[in-house]
Design a protein around this ligand. Structure first.
Ligand code: ARG
Length: 465
């Protein structure tokens, strides 16, 4: 049988087939409905490949110019939304190649020389993740700036710090906010680590074993801004670790956003009432007229689940795949795209929310005065007078028990009452137990004393850039 006797069905790979593809294959197999998002990366990769082939004399300079001009035309059509991404195209790589052949005829068929969709899709995805990292990094930076500004503006505000969601010790609100700046710093570091591993050129690996043409891979890497080229063609076409890295970084970031969301939800309840959310960023109830609901932080908290889901989905997809490329891997894209969209949206929403919320200073202040938040400081006071910490802890514990019975905080105890528990306590204890003093006393690196926190704000500003 000659090649022409096969029913090519106009597929890029039709030559080997006798029968027309079943419609169910076309629709089940196609990724064009979502991988069309990769068109600019796909065309950038094709252009670099084309220029390199001209330099290597695999195609002529004139041929390269025609291919490059047609690729630019296709990109413009796609930019303007004029390109119809039909299912029959299968995927973005076939769509661009078909469009090229339609424009410049047989010459367009040369572009795929020394290249496979396997190294092509790996390249496109790496270019995409690289851009996503840059965008997410900038959005995190914006959020860090807003948090740092909030910390600076409210540097005097003291509120209860919690462990187990029980009042623990007084802290500066600024210290609390800067804790999130730290989390976000690690998120950015994770993304930078991701970037190092993303920035490796897979093109030139072809289907799996490398190409027979004299491709200049270093030239393509340089043109596309990759730091290095992949060392093993089989790994290069089957590796999706860089997508998993991104999804893990995105999941951890979402976990941080979700913790902050939870605090915003709790703090805006009537029970806590530490913050006021702006009306413009809240919603109401269709039945309960009094409601003002914190839907935005709740949704961020909720969307964390779907990003985790994408990480688990791809880990599971990749598990047990034999080398090298397997079609299972086409399932990587929707997870990745949705994770990128979700993370970007959540960062924007959270930043807006932080810019607009206000703190109920009086409520915070009152909250510190109830619940024996200064009990540790009272124990430390006794240690200063020669008691062991364990003994001091025991005494203060008994004082708390007495206070609860009498409905009295420590500053409402008379000195006599204090002395019933320890003769070491003197009149200076009242000043010692002033919550602001308790904050200032924690003047070690990393502590909540205002001097330390001010330094942290300066450091954060430098680091945020
Ligand atoms: N659409 C495919 C994907 O997303 C592109 C690679 C296809 N390669 C192949 N040999 N069928 O993974």
């Amino acid at each position: 049988m000659t090649k022409n006797e096969g029913v090519t069905d106009n597929k890029l790979w039709g030559g080997r087939f006798r029968e027309k593809t079943d419609k169910i294959v076309d629709s089940f197999n196609a990724s064009i409905s979502y991988d069309r998002r990769l068109y600019s990366q796909d065309i950038a990769g094709s252009k670099a490949h084309c220029r390199m082939m001209a330099k290597q004399k695999i195609i002529s300079g004139e041929e390269a110019s025609q291919i490059l001009a047609a690729l630019s035309e296709i990109e413009n059509e796609m930019d303007r939304g004029e390109f119809s991404f039909h299912e029959a195209y299968e995927d973005i790589h076939s769509a661009v190649e078909k469009a090229l052949i339609e424009k410049i005829g047989i010459l367009g068929e040369k572009l795929h020389t020394g290249r496979s969709r396997n190294d092509q899709v790996a390249l496109d995805l790496r270019l995409y993740v690289r851009e996503a990292i840059e965008k997410v990094n900038l959005l995190i930076r914006e959020m860090q700036k807003v948090l740092t500004d909030l910390a600076e503006k409210n540097i005097d505000l003291v509120l209860p710090g919690y462990t187990h969601l029980q009042r623990a010790q007084p802290v500066l609100l600024a210290h609390h906010l800067l804790a999130y700046v730290e989390m976000l710093k690690r998120d950015r570091q994770r993304l930078q680590g991701n970037l190092v591993r993303v920035n490796v050129l897979p093109l030139g690996s072809a289907a799996l074993a490398g190409a027979t043409f004299k491709l200049d891979r270093d030239m393509v890497a340089k043109e596309l801004g990759f730091g290095t080229i992949s060392d093993n063609s089989m790994d290069a076409v089957s590796d999706r670790d860089f997508v998993l890295d991104f999804l893990f970084a995105a999941s951890t970031l979402m976990m941080h956003l979700s913790r902050l969301s939870e605090e915003i939800v709790i703090w805006s309840t009537q029970e806590f009432n530490f913050i006021r959310l702006p009306d413009e960023l809240c919603t109401g109830s269709s039945i309960m007229p009094q409601k003002k609901n914190p839907d935005l932080p709740e949704l961020i908290r909720g969307k964390t689940g779907r990003v985790y889901g994408h990480l688990m989905a791809l880990l599971t997809t990749m598990k047990g795949l034999p080398l090298t490329y397997n079609k299972d891997m086409q399932e990587d894209k929707e997870s990745l795209f949705d994770a990128v969209d979700t993370v970007e949206q959540c960062l924007m929403v959270m930043t807006r929310l932080l810019k607009k919320l206000s703190f109920n200073k009086e409520v915070m202040k009152k909250a510190i005065d109830k619940g024996y938040l200064v009990a540790t400081d009272l124990a430390d006071y006794l240690v200063g007078r020669g008691l062991t910490f364990r003994k001091a802890h025991q005494i203060v514990g008994e004082m708390v028990l007495y206070g609860i019975g009498q409905k009295k905080e420590f500053n409402q105890f008379s000195l006599d009452e204090m002395n019933r528990f320890s003769k070491e306590i003197e009149n200076n204890v009242y000043a010692w137990l002033d919550p602001a003093q308790c904050v200032e006393r924690r003047n070690l690196p990393g502590g909540t004393a205002s001097e330390r926190v001010k330094k942290s704000i300066k450091k954060a500003k430098r680091e945020i850039g």
